[in-house]
Design a protein around this ligand. Structure first.
Ligand SMILES: [Zn+2]
Length: 316
């Protein structure tokens, strides 16, 4: 008999589903559209249909499924409640219980999406073999997670590792999506980088290729910096200085073996990594400077792989 689990990654536009073997191999993966509503019932019904189709096709029995791991698109408190999933429109919900009831498979384990992706990277990606890891995801927002001894730190109120909303500039006048002012996300997310670029372009009169672009994207900014543009390098240095501060602050708390950078912006690669590392090194004690910085490796699979780890780590 083979054992499997399902890893389910609930995103704002699609739900990614993976059938994963007990040794962590993805057997098959696919996506369904995210059904939005005031509660998860409709979406879970779609997931149920998808899982049943998959099991019928692969001739897998219910008893071969060890469990289901699921990412939750918001903070999950220690009592297992997904607090608010603003992107999808749900209020507070006991997602694991609700999923067990509708899917008819148990156990269902849930965790915040950024935390679960970090767990996936730690087990199967860039952090494989490391004892501890801090992951920072640079995308539409800035997410994060801390993995210590193979376990993800979930926290009591669900915000452990939420580096994106660490206050990095108490004098900021604009407001973050979370309602606070001066969060790391306001500078280091893709949109934050664009905002920083716009500020620099307005306030300085340095020549720059960026001035020829109608609308600067985060990718433009990094490509231009790589090509040697002076202003683009000043902007990316500014962004990485803030990122380096936040990472250094986090390291003073959790002192992980390595730091993994993921998310869409990490497409800027080694150039980005070097800038973040340099900024970080200027803000920590000498003996903490030589930590390993690596790019995430699992891409879009980090969520389903991490979700599988939520299940498999309980079985072992
Ligand atoms: Zn914030």
């Amino acid at each position: 008999m083979m054992n499997y689990c399902f890893g389910i990654d609930i995103g704002g536009t699609t739900v990614k589903i993976g059938l994963i073997s007990a040794d962590g191999e993805i057997i098959t993966r696919w996506e369904i559209p995210t059904r939005k509503g005031s509660d998860p019932a409709g979406l879970l019904q779609d997931v149920k249909n998808a899982l049943e189709t998959c099991m019928a096709e692969k001739q897998i029995m219910r008893e071969d499924i060890l469990g289901i791991g699921m990412t939750a698109p918001g903070p999950v408190t220690a009592d297992g409640v997904l607090q608010n999933a603003v992107n999808i429109g749900w209020g507070a919900v006991k997602l694991a219980e609700e999923a067990e009831r509708i899917l008819g498979i148990s156990p269902v384990s849930i965790g915040n999406d950024a935390r679960v992706a970090a767990l996936g990277e730690a087990a199967f990606g860039a952090g494989k073999g490391a004892n501890s890891m801090l992951m920072v995801t640079l995308g539409t927002g800035v997410g994060g997670g801390v993995v210590l001894n193979g376990k993800i730190l979930m926290g009591e109120s669900g915000v452990a590792g939420e580096i994106g909303h660490m206050t990095i500039d108490p004098y900021e006048t604009e407001t973050c999506g979370c309602g606070k002012k001066g969060c790391l996300e306001q500078y280091a997310s893709a949109t934050g980088m664009v905002r920083a670029a716009e500020r620099f372009l307005q306030e300085k009169d340095t020549e720059s290729v960026l001035r020829n672009l109608k609308q600067v994207t985060a990718k433009d900014l990094w490509d231009t910096a790589k090509a040697g543009d002076r202003l683009a390098n000043e902007i990316t240095d500014f962004v990485c200085d803030r990122l380096g501060s936040a990472i250094a602050n986090a390291i003073y708390l959790v002192d992980t073996e390595m730091i993994v950078i993921g998310g869409g912006v990490s497409g800027a690669g080694q150039f980005l990594l070097d800038k973040i590392k340099k900024a970080y090194q200027g803000k920590v004690f000498a003996h903490s400077r030589n930590k390993k910085f690596a790019l995430a490796e699992l891409g879009n699979d980090a969520g389903i792989m991490g979700a599988a780890v939520l299940v498999l780590s309980k079985v072992e």
